[in-house]
Ligand binder design. Sequence first.
Ligand SMILES: Cc1cc2nc3c(=O)[nH]c(=O)nc-3n(C[C@H](O)[C@H](O)[C@H](O)COP(=O)(O)OP(=O)(O)OC[C@H]3O[C@@H](n4cnc5c(N)ncnc54)[C@H](O)[C@@H]3O)c2cc1C
Length: 404
Amino acid sequence: MKVCVIGAGVIGCATAYQLARQGCEVQLIDAAQAPGLQTSHANGAQLSYSYVEPFASPATLRALPGLLLSRHSAVRFRPRWDWRQWAWGLQFLRACTARQSLSGTAQLLQLAQSSRVVLAQWMRDEHWDFGFAENGKLVLCPTADSLRHQERQVRLQAGMGCTQEVLGVQECLDKEPALRGATALQFAGGVWTRDECVGDPHRLCLALVESVRRMGGTVSLGVQAQGFVRRGERIAALRTGVGDIAADAFVLAAGPRSPQLAAPLGLRLPIEPIKGYSITVPFRSGAVRPRASVTDLGRKTVFAPLGGQLRVAAMAEVGAMGLAVPARRVQAMVEAVAQTYPDLCVLNDPATWAGLRPATPTSVPIVGRWRGSNLYLNVGHGALGLTLAAGSAAALSQHVLQPA
Ligand SMILES: Cc1cc2nc3c(=O)[nH]c(=O)nc-3n(C[C@H](O)[C@H](O)[C@H](O)COP(=O)(O)OP(=O)(O)OC[C@H]3O[C@@H](n4cnc5c(N)ncnc54)[C@H](O)[C@@H]3O)c2cc1C
């Protein structure tokens, strides 16, 4: 079976790899000159298997006015003259119920647990070097209220297979001694999850692509998908800048650009870009490095030790389109590092990055077949694409390979 996978971000690379493992003749295409240069390039590096709570929840709904109106909020809304954005917004508001949040948590945890198992199997077979480490994660809650919310979530998730501990302030500092020197860090306690992991998303994309090639797959870079050639209910070919590509099946994995490619087919994908930023800074030589990843919920910022560097990711700008990195965003992340880990990093020349999370209103990705056609969707992984890539690839390959 020949399968054309559109998009070589972490989702498309993982899908191509899984399909090649299962004996498909794979062609992976991307408009960029290398894999993993868009949203999967320098994200928060978290394999966040237990922190999957959907963004849409009753708590988010209650906090929304404050989040949107505060000048210092880490969440922003960038309105556009586009009815699809407003339709997405309405779907998001409708998803802010306890019932939807619970069902989303359960679905995402299941996909995350499958991802952990599938990625472990891949790593055993391939021995990739992408900075993977099971270093644990500490989530710091700024207020007693947010700690209570996390406690409820921990109790709920305990029944769904997660092992997490709620800690007081001193216990958090014992868990991650590198936080002891922090200035201006205010928190009421935290949640510790021992088996959370980190990995470099870009290096994972490169490793997946190398394995796809080794298994006989084709990786075509610098190839822009322009649309689909339809024959009745089926897709006959993908139209690209270098000619049509015929295949038995097509997988759309173009991240935040997927809705534009799907729209001419009459397929409206409810995916909205949520922009975020990262900086990557080297550790000073001799500095005592953090062991764990830390999420400061007050700043909505994640700090991840990744080899000899600290990756810091922050901000959620709903609806922002471009990839510019304003100096004030970089400055805010640099200050967050200086205040959280004084003297840990060299901060004068951070590597900066912006990406667009391809978010669905419920935070649950769309993985499956489009109607009865030979087009398959692996899109909408929002803030969790690195975490969910392996499980989504395994699930998608079952749809592709099951007899029609
Ligand atoms: C600030 C930030 C922090 C994050 N932190 C984490 C984290 O810690 N853990 C986690 O699990 N997730 C995290 N995420 C989310 C994660 O990065 C995304 O969910 C994931 O990268 C999405 O992958 P993707 O393959 O769907 O999209 P992309 O990586 O954007 O890949 C899509 C690919 O399609 C290609 N493409 C698009 N249009 C076309 C076309 N017409 N023709 C050909 N090719 C095309 C693009 O060039 C691109 O390479 C974070 C995101 C952000 C922004």
